[in-house]
Structure formats: structure tokens, C-alpha cells
Write a protein that binds this ligand. Structure first.
Ligand SMILES: [Zn+2]
Length: 350
């Protein structure tokens, strides 16, 4: 199918995970690689699209982007990669996933979130998830993401050290959150153990050029206030991001109203978690006051439409969120949560 071919060609060029900015002012003598002839979609301030464009790479940085003729003249000695008929554009970002769950894809259908999670996913994870599962599951996810044009992803899972190792080997960029959950998990039997592991994980990956370790309390309905606050305190001690599932289902919203007299967003704010360092997945069951509060606290929210549809969670008010100026990303959620490959949100064929 021509469309499929075009897409495969397009994503083939996305394996170069490099900074996209600052490419115009670089000095112009030496480059290691010149990609020529592609239609270059810059996504720069002017949103320039260069037909028959070129991109020069030096080390792991983009040295220049411009018309093919100009760059060929500036970098005559560089190795050349012909890319006529292809698109060259910045990598896509999957802002919420659970990479190792590639190995649980298709596990249970036609279940709402809580039934799916408590009766199928948590028991399967308790039985099967170990370091080896996580390592190989992430390797498969990395392959799928790269083929889908994703160069950066945000992950929450167990044994996140293994996720980090597979990510490093794959050459991807990622924010990787170690999950904290208030019942015995596949990797830790207590929150105290999980917190200690998470601290070591944060220390080990500090300063890595592509991997940022994070703290990921699972959700309001699986974490006590004490765990949520301990997770936030640990993250903030290391200036690490905090990742969480938030306001995903009507049930979560109703429980928060009943138990705390607040919306899930309001409750997290009361606990002091809302901030620019928080990435909140879903935000489906939010009202106008919640959206205003998320905006005020500069929280990053992630829309996961295929997961929300599969698990009948609802539809996030993304139009209202964008109108309010909220920072909003797109995610696939775990492959078991949408039965998709880790790719762009449209279907694709390998
Ligand atoms: Zn999720």
C-alpha cells in the first residue's frame, strides 16, 4: 500500500535521536553525516518545510538544516545518505506507557478498568513479572517504538532498572518512573523497600544524557496519602519528575468525592503533589475547576485515547484543556491497555 510504504520510509529516518534546535548557527566545516533529498519538516519557529532539504549531523548533534544544494556545498566531505521521497521530522513522544506490558498485550478484553486491573492484570503480573520479563518486554517495546517513529517515551513500571538498561541499549530517550503501589508488587513486597530501590535507581541514572529516572506512585486508589507524599518528597529531593495516573475513571472521581470531599485533582493538590514536575496520565474525569487548577500548577497531562476507549474510562476534555492553555501530551498507555503496538495512535503495518 503506497501510504504504508511512505510511512515506513518516513519512520525509517526517525532513528536519529538528536537535539533539533540551534542548528542554524553552527559552524560549517565538518559533518559526519549528510542526509539529503528528504522533505524536511523542521517544526522550528517558522514551521519551515524544506522540499529537497538536507540535514548535517556532527557527533550526536544536528549541525545544520537547509536546502540540499547549500548543505552539499558546505559539507563536501560528509558521508551521504540519500533520502529522496522521504520525510525527515523530529521524533514523536509517547508521554505515557508501561513498556514491558508488550508481553501482556491482548490479555483481557471487554472489561472496565477496575475489573481488568484487579482480576486480570495484577494477578498476571504477580505470576509472571520479573527482571527478565521486564528486560525483554522493554526490548520489544523499544523496537516497536522506533519503528513507529517514537524517539522519547515516559514509562511507569516495576523493575524500572531493567527498563532503563533496555532503553539505553536501544538508543531511545526516556523518563522512567519506578512504580510505587500499596500492596505487594512483583518487585517489592513493601512500600519502604520500593522507596529504597527507587532512591538507588534515581542515584544511578543521575546525569545520564538520555535517561531521566522518575518516581511513579501508581494512582490515588492504589496509594495512601502517606505513600503519595513520600514519593513526592523523594522525587523532589532529586529534582526528578513524578508520574501518576489521575482522574482516569468515574469510579476514581466518585471515591475521592466520597472519601475526601474533593475531586482527584483537588485531593492531590491538598497533598501538595501538583506542580510543574508532575506528569498526570489520563485526566478524563476533570471539571472546569480541576482544569484551571492543573493549569495554575503547570501540571503536564497526558491524553491516552485508545486506552480510555478500550477500558471504557471515558473521553478526556482535551478541547477545554487546550483552550485553558494546559500542557498536554499524547500517550499509548501500556500495550495491554489498548492492545496496540507502541506506535503513533493511528494503525500501522510493520
Ligand atoms: Zn497507564
Amino acid at each position: 500500500m503506497p501510504q504504508t510504504n511512505l510511512f515506513c520510509r518516513l519512520v525509517g529516518l526517525l532513528l536519529v535521536t538528536v537535539a533539533w534546535t540551534g542548528c542554524q548557527r553552527a559552524p560549517a566545516e565538518r559533518a559526519d553525516l549528510l542526509i539529503v533529498g528528504a522533505t524536511v519538516v523542521t517544526m522550528d519557529a517558522e514551521r519551515r518545510v524544506l522540499p529537497d532539504g538536507a540535514l548535517a549531523l556532527r557527533g550526536d548533534r544536528i549541525a545544520a538544516i537547509g536546502p540540499r544544494a547549500e548543505l552539499e556545498h558546505r559539507y563536501p566531505a560528509a558521508r551521504r545518505l540519500e533520502a529522496r521521497g522521504r520525510l525527515l521530522l523530529p521524533g514523536l513522544i509517547n508521554a505515557h506507557t508501561h513498556a514491558p506490558m508488550t508481553l501482556l498485550r491482548g490479555l483481557a478484553d471487554d472489561r472496565a478498568l477496575q475489573d481488568w486491573l484487579e482480576n486480570y492484570i495484577f494477578p498476571a503480573e504477580a505470576r509472571h513479572v520479573n527482571e527478565e520479563f521486564v528486560l525483554w518486554g522493554t526490548r520489544l517495546a523499544a523496537l516497536e517504538m522506533l519503528r513507529g517513529g517514537i524517539t522519547t517515551f515516559v514509562d511507569m513500571y516495576y523493575f524500572e532498572e531493567q527498563v532503563a538498561q533496555a532503553t539505553q541499549q536501544a538508543g531511545l530517550r526516556a523518563i522512567l518512573g519506578q512504580t510505587l503501589i500499596d500492596f505487594p508488587a512483583p518487585d517489592h513486597k513493601s512500600v519502604a523497600d520500593a522507596l529504597a530501590y527507587t532512591e538507588t535507581f534515581l542515584q544511578r541514572w543521575q546525569g545520564h544524557p538520555r535517561i531521566r529516572a522518575a518516581v511513579a506512585p501508581h494512582a490515588l486508589y492504589t496509594n495512601s496519602a502517606e505513600t503519595l507524599q513520600a514519593a513526592a518528597a523523594l522525587a523532589r529531593r532529586y529534582r526528578a519528575p513524578i508520574l501518576i495516573h489521575l482522574a482516569e475513571t468515574r469510579r476514581e472521581r466518585e471515591a475521592a468525592q466520597r472519601e475526601y470531599g474533593l475531586s482527584p485533582v483537588g485531593y492531590l493538590d491538598q497533598l501538595g503533589l501538583l506542580g510543574a514536575d508532575l506528569v498526570a496520565a489520563h485526566c478524563v474525569w476533570v471539571d472546569a475547576a480541576d482544569i484551571a487548577l492543573l493549569r495554575e500548577r503547570d501540571v503536564g497531562c497526558v491524553h491516552n485515547p485508545s486506552s480510555n476507549m478500550k477500558l471504557a474510562s471515558g473521553t478526556a476534555p482535551v478541547v477545554e484543556m487546550l483552550a485553558a492553555g494546559l500542557r498536554l501530551g499524547l500517550g499509548t498507555d501500556g500495550p495491554a491497555g489498548g492492545d496496540r503496538r507502541h506506535g503513533p495512535l493511528s494503525d500501522w503495518t510493520p
